[in-house]
Design a protein around this ligand. Sequence first.
Ligand SMILES: Nc1nc2c(ncn2[C@@H]2O[C@H](COP(=O)(O)OP(=O)(O)OP(=O)(O)O)[C@@H](O)[C@H]2O)c(=O)[nH]1
Ligand SMILES: [Mg+2]
Ligand SMILES: [Zn+2]
Length: 290
Amino acid sequence: MSTYAAASVSCLICDTVNNPEATVCSKCYAPMALIHEAIAQEREPCIVTVIGDSNVGKTVYLGMLLDMLTKRAEAFEAIPKGAYSVNLQHQVISYLSARQFPPKTAMEVDTWNWAYYQVSRPQDGPRVYDLVMPDMAGEALAAEVASPRTFAVIRSLLEKSSAAILLVDAAVAAAGSSQPDFFALKLLSYLDGVFAAKRGQKLQTPVALVLCKADYSQKCFDDPEGFAYTNLNRIWNLCDSRFAHFKFFATSVVGGLGYGTDEYENVIPYPLHVAPRGILEPFEWTLSKL
Ligand SMILES: Nc1nc2c(ncn2[C@@H]2O[C@H](COP(=O)(O)OP(=O)(O)OP(=O)(O)O)[C@@H](O)[C@H]2O)c(=O)[nH]1
Ligand SMILES: [Mg+2]
Ligand SMILES: [Zn+2]
């Protein structure tokens, strides 16, 4: 008999009471397997949320991060809780090994991949982090930021998050566009509202700012902080004024790109080889701040 055959189960993310037989939460569509898993652990899981604009590289980053963790990179040990947790890393790695990028994440909440991992690093002590990381669609985030409560799950998730990893497109920023700066500025001001602190105090929730696709800009790798100060000055300033713990990182997943066209004659990049750089650092820093 299962331990959670009790009358009803409340959702880990939005607290809605659900039928124990349900597969997803009736309100926010978080998978109930995740909730059952969390109840079985008998401790509050730690939610780390990866956010960023559409096409910034969230799916690729998260899939690669989870894969590196399960391969014990940097002496981390990560145990996926539930087979569904492996889906994201499985998809991303399969696409990359076929020299393709994974498809865009759909807007529908019930199609998102959620990962639940128990992460520890024995050399640092016995602490185990129960990490919950969903892969959200950038367009859903944009819709939620533009008119709050369109995607209830996003707000509930951020309210429960212990840390956020905000991805920003370094390639687009390096090309002189202000779009990454503005989008990240909106997300940060949304976070500022969600993680409400006492008036006049800085927010204590750590935020790692990850400059992705840094393979396009060597400058970004050499000095992420300076790159952000120059190319993403609006968010640099907001972080400085509002967040007690923030840090900029540069990452890249691919080592070389080839270009081809799809069936509509659009030019699309193909990853020629996978060469992850700077993937673990933001994660390591985030854990050190929890
Ligand atoms: N050069 C380079 N391109 C990358 C890298 N990571 C992602 N990309 C490119 O960015 C595109 C989008 O990556 P995704 O991970 O799907 O982006 P996303 O943030 O999940 O986007 P949504 O699902 O729409 O929210 C990929 O199709 C690649 O073209 C990288 O490390 N280097
Ligand atoms: Mg995606
Ligand atoms: Zn829910």
